[in-house]
Ligand binder design. Structure first.
Ligand SMILES: C[S@@+](CC[C@H](N)C(=O)[O-])C[C@H]1O[C@@H](n2cnc3c(N)ncnc32)[C@H](O)[C@@H]1O
Length: 265
């Protein structure tokens, strides 16, 4: 990871804590530089940072068996309920996972989190404008609280306000992603309900998750698995990766999984 100088800075300098470039694998031999600003935002007592799960899953995306045709922009007008986004990231934090997915697959990602995190997400979208152009990608951000999974609020940077979009059968997402979002006993219920609410009911739809195997949270991880199956989802692909970063002060073993609807073949 290196620091990038001279990028447009959407935050006052005293709010910017760190600016890094993550070299993310687009294939076995090619990497793309995703710029991440870690600003001084907080939600639920967590300071905004880029967690190892998002680095691990971003570098694994090129190996996943995801039906890609559904992720390409279809040219239809994107407005109102027809938001035009193909990828939904839940609990995005700094947004590395969704930004990487949009760029690797040439798609449009909506990065969501709690309201206090949204300005940081917009900053990271702005920091990667030229990469999006190169990759034929796009991204937006907004609020999606897992306690109210049908109520999406899409941020409009021009007016600095959010527009409410109800999630219905017509505007669900073919790909839903979440990294390091399983760390309280409430999270399995909240997150599985949110995934089931937001994921398109199609045979190609996929949900991608990645978490560190922290011993203290193994019970919520098991419960997540049980509830996903109870909601009609089944694992299509899974694997493990070790995070091997300088200064990592967390569990290095990560498990990722790709889910699909069991009844739709
Ligand atoms: C450990 S961080 C992971 C961030 C990012 N995915 C990463 O891996 O770097 C968990 C994220 O989930 C978000 N979060 C927690 N509870 C949430 C909720 N009820 N609704 C939406 N986001 C939530 C937090 O604000 C935080 O950004």
């Amino acid at each position: 990871m290196g620091t990038v100088a001279g990028e447009h800075d959407p935050f006052p300098s005293e709010l910017v804590e760190r600016r890094s470039t993550y070299q993310i694998s687009q294939s076995a031999s090619n990497q793309i530089p995703v710029v991440i600003v870690e600003a001084a935002c907080r939600a639920e007592n967590l300071t905004l940072t880029t967690w190892s799960s998002s680095v691990v899953i971003s570098n694994t995306l090129h190996k996943l068996d995801i039906p890609l045709a559904q992720l390409r922009a279809d040219g239809s007008p994107a407005s109102g309920a027809h938001h035009g986004y193909k990828i939904l990231e839940l609990g995005a934090g700094t947004g590395l996972t969704g930004l990487s997915a949009a760029c690797i697959w040439g798609s449009r990602a909506l990065l969501t989190d709690l309201p206090t995190i949204v300005p940081g997400l917009q900053a990271n979208i702005d920091a990667n404008t030229s990469l999006f152009q190169d990759q034929g990608a796009g991204a937006g951000c907004g609020t999606l609280d897992w306690n109210a999974p049908s109520d999406l609020f899409i941020y409009d940077s021009a007016s600095a306000s959010e527009v409410k979009v109800a999630i219905t059968d017509d505007n669900k997402f073919p790909l839903v992603m979440a990294a390091d979002t399983m760390y309280t006993e409430d999270h399995p219920e909240l997150l599985t309900r949110t995934i089931a609410t937001c994921l398109s009911r199609s045979k190609d739809a996929r949900a991608v998750t990645c978490w560190p195997q922290r011993v203290c949270y193994l019970e919520p991880l098991r419960e997540f698995w049980r509830l996903m199956e109870e909601r009609g989802l089944v694992v299509a692909q899974e694997g493990q990766e070790y995070a091997d970063f300088e200064g990592l002060d967390d569990e290095p073993l990560h498990e990722w999984s790709v889910w699909r609807w069991k009844d739709l073949q």
